[in-house]
Design a protein around this ligand. Sequence first.
Ligand SMILES: Cc1cc2nc3c(=O)[nH]c(=O)nc-3n(C[C@H](O)[C@H](O)[C@H](O)COP(=O)(O)OP(=O)(O)OC[C@H]3O[C@@H](n4cnc5c(N)ncnc54)[C@H](O)[C@@H]3O)c2cc1C
Length: 443
Amino acid sequence: MNRFDALVIGAGPAGLATAFALSKAGLKIQLLEASDHAGGNAWSERFEGYLVETGPHTFRGQSKHILSLIEELGLNSELLAVDAAKARFIFRAGRLHRLPARGLEFLSTPLLSRRAKVSTLFGLLRRGRDGERSVADWFTRRFGSEFHRILVQPMVAGIFAGDSAELDMQRAFPNLWQQTGARGRLLPALLRSRKGQRRGVFMLQGGFAQLAEAMTERLNGCLRTHQKVVSIAAKSAGVYRVESASGESFESAKLVLATPLAGLKHLLPELLPGTKPCLEALISASMVSVSLGGPGKSPLPAGFGALIPRSEGLRMLGVINVSALSAERSPKDHWLATLYFGGTGDAEILNLDDSCLLALAELELEKLCSTPFHPLFRRVVRHTNAIPQPDLNSSRALAILGQQIANAPGLHLAGSYLGGVSLDAAIASGFEAAAAVQKELAA
Ligand SMILES: Cc1cc2nc3c(=O)[nH]c(=O)nc-3n(C[C@H](O)[C@H](O)[C@H](O)COP(=O)(O)OP(=O)(O)OC[C@H]3O[C@@H](n4cnc5c(N)ncnc54)[C@H](O)[C@@H]3O)c2cc1C
């Protein structure tokens, strides 16, 4: 029998962060991962000179957990500020329009009607109302329906692959909500929040696999891949017994479940049957990313990429102009772009086979671009139930789940469904779980 100080299930960013912190503290741990590598969705692969991120491309300057990890792992020289992030585009009326970055650009943008611009300016000082909990309500109340449809809906689809009418403002944009609540004005909050924050968008030169690999190296061999956990049981004397599909079993009094929601829904009710209803209330969106690359200049305008409002009639949610973020992502004089499809509004897209998805991606990219392109490189990645939705039911379901977990001694959760969908939030949840385990062991 394999007995450990702590067991961690799932080696995505959340589980890796948990294991990294626990192993740094000198504990004997085991990190069990179903696939052949650690990193979860934050992973990158090289093909024919193209570097493709299978999940995240970038993170924001305020991401203090990622930044401190990068520093601790000696990866600072790999950190790249993404200048292209200053130019972002929205597709409207058959054309790409640059998102206004400053006041004067805002006044002249063709993205919004004159009426919507006036409403937006007044909206900065407009108060919300109690009871307007959804992202759609919060923004529409302040800035009007055109602003919401053209700017907010596509941004929400780009971040959460979800529907702004279903998402809880408090959970989706916690910093903004903290400053304004339901009723506060946005302008004073914006002025306050800009102070003292690291600005900008960042990426790792060699892709997010670098982060996973550097953390794995520091785990003193505690990672076991190809170990899909299939059952968890509580033995006597507060010990958990975990079994993997390969038939091996592992034991510990401290267990951190860092699988995504789909894994949790499978594993946890067996141990705590009362968690089933609240887990069922938590949903995740599925997505498909299609990367296209080829010789010559990028067909997209210089900048980060584009978001597509639903009203434009395309299935694509958005596209990242990857080779504009870093020239290292494609062979010399080649371009690379990654297009995103799916989300809660278009889950059926996962039923299309790769050849249909590639044809759709080329067709829709053509509509966005004025320059012809000839992709030679093509890659499809499916992300099933990958983006947890901070929707209007999730706060209550998570609160109930939290109570049930608190009643199970030694059991902890980590993952991006808990405190935010970003990589930084996933890492933060892992550090929190590790701190809780250490506290219990020290008691
Ligand atoms: C397409 C896409 C784009 C994204 N873009 C960004 C971005 O630009 N910026 C950003 O900040 N965030 C982005 N994210 C979000 C970011 O990837 C997540 O926040 C992060 O990966 C969540 O980490 P996690 O550890 O909770 O889950 P995951 O990354 O899903 O990792 C979970 C791990 O658990 C393993 N596992 C599952 N079940 C079992 C089991 N039974 N036994 C053992 N192991 C198991 C899985 O194999 C996986 O390795 C993106 C996500 C996606 C899908």
